[in-house]
Design a protein around this ligand. Structure first.
Ligand code: MTE
Length: 333
């Protein structure tokens, strides 16, 4: 007998979506044979879906004229929802960390200087063949879907966002790494004339992050190209960022230009800045405090409510197996 066990982070879609939209979408899913609509179906929009964007609030700095705008909204994957309301878009798009544009939270206007076209992503290192691809070609080749994920920043604030994009494993398949590759290293653009924060020479630009191959292949690891049913805004990491929801937000690199497969653990941006405070693994754990503050609770950026933080940000059942043989390492910083 097939028993579907509910994971801790799973809730029915009806818990986060206004009912009329949820019901419309259910009909659409039925029409599609019950399966997840992928690339070919990405243009199919449930009647009423557009209204959902209004319910989510105003997206500031929406990417007008984005050449992929016609792709959104994409169909939600109902397997990924959470037990908290979606954060009003106005908060998620005006309270950001993007040090390339300043070291405070109000960088969203400054980030409008980010030129997101032309944009290419380079795949190199331990791959069958190094190559560079135009971002629009890449996005259009991938099976886009929407997932509602939590984001927990190491600074103890959090939000819930409907991200659009594709599972990172599809990107890995596309890149064709060699079997000897053990890590994925990702890099943001470097352009101090455009991004004034990069003139601050004490930071080790460009921003670099990394995952093990196992982490990158985990089904939760997601490449973000959109949010709130639109292309992702510049301040949130256009045109391509990652989101690994069981890790602190600093692992979720924005505005990616290069992806390198390697057998050496990458030295990441914050590790290089302060290795005694920010490590490579950075898995969320309420019981392991940061050197300067507790991680037991987090502040919802929209409501200011303080809520308990969950191990692996509520995604333990998905990812704890990744760390079974690594208990001696600093998994939670
Ligand atoms: N990526 C780049 N390139 N530069 C950054 O400063 N900040 C990180 C991460 N990705 C950052 C980045 C941190 S600390 C967090 S918490 C998240 O982005 C914030 O994402 P948000 O602004 O979409 O909430």
């Amino acid at each position: 007998m097939l028993i579907k066990r509910k994971r801790g982070w799973e809730l029915p879609e009806s818990a986060v979506t206004p009912e009329h939209i949820y019901l419309n979408r259910r009909n659409l899913m039925k029409a599609a044979g019950g399966g997840l609509l992928t690339a070919a179906g990405a243009g199919l929009i449930a009647p009423g879906f557009a209204a959902a964007q209004q319910d989510w609030g105003t997206v500031r700095g929406a990417s007008e004229g984005d050449p992929t705008a016609d792709l959104y909204p994409v169909t939600r994957n109902p397997a990924y929802t959470v037990d908290r309301p979606v954060t009003d878009a106005e908060f998620a798009t005006t309270y950001n960390n993007f040090y390339e544009f300043g070291s405070h939270k109000e960088i969203w206007r400054a980030a409008q200087d980010l030129e997101i076209r032309p944009w290419t992503v380079r795949f190199d290192g331990m791959v069958e063949e190094e190559r560079e691809i135009d971002i629009d070609q890449l996005i259009r080749a991938m099976p886009l879907e929407e997932r509602i994920y939590r984001l927990r920043c190491v600074e103890a604030w959090s939000m819930v966002v409907p991200w659009s994009g594709f599972q990172m494993s599809h990107l890995i398949d596309y890149a064709r790494p060699l079997s000897s590759a053990r890590y994925v290293r990702m890099e943001t653009f470097l352009d101090p004339d455009m991004a004034s924060g990069q003139q601050q020479a004490w930071y080790p630009w460009p921003y670099v992050e990394g995952l093990t191959m196992d982490e990158a292949m985990n089904e939760l690891a997601f490449m973000v190209t959109g949010m709130y049913g639109q292309p992702v805004t510049r301040q949130n990491g256009a045109p391509l960022r990652i989101h690994a929801p069981w890790k602190y937000g600093f692992k979720s690199l924005k505005s990616i230009v290069r992806i390198t497969f390697t057998d050496e653990r990458p030295l990441t941006f914050w590790e290089e800045v302060a290795s005694n405070e920010y490590g490579f693994w950075a898995n969320v754990n309420p019981e392991v405090p940061h050197r300067r503050w507790s991680q037991a609770r987090e502040r919802d950026i929209a409501t200011d409510e303080m809520i308990p933080t969950q191990l692996y940000n509520g995604y333990a059942e998905f990812v704890e197996g990744l760390y079974e043989n690594r208990q001696d390492e600093a998994l939670f910083m």
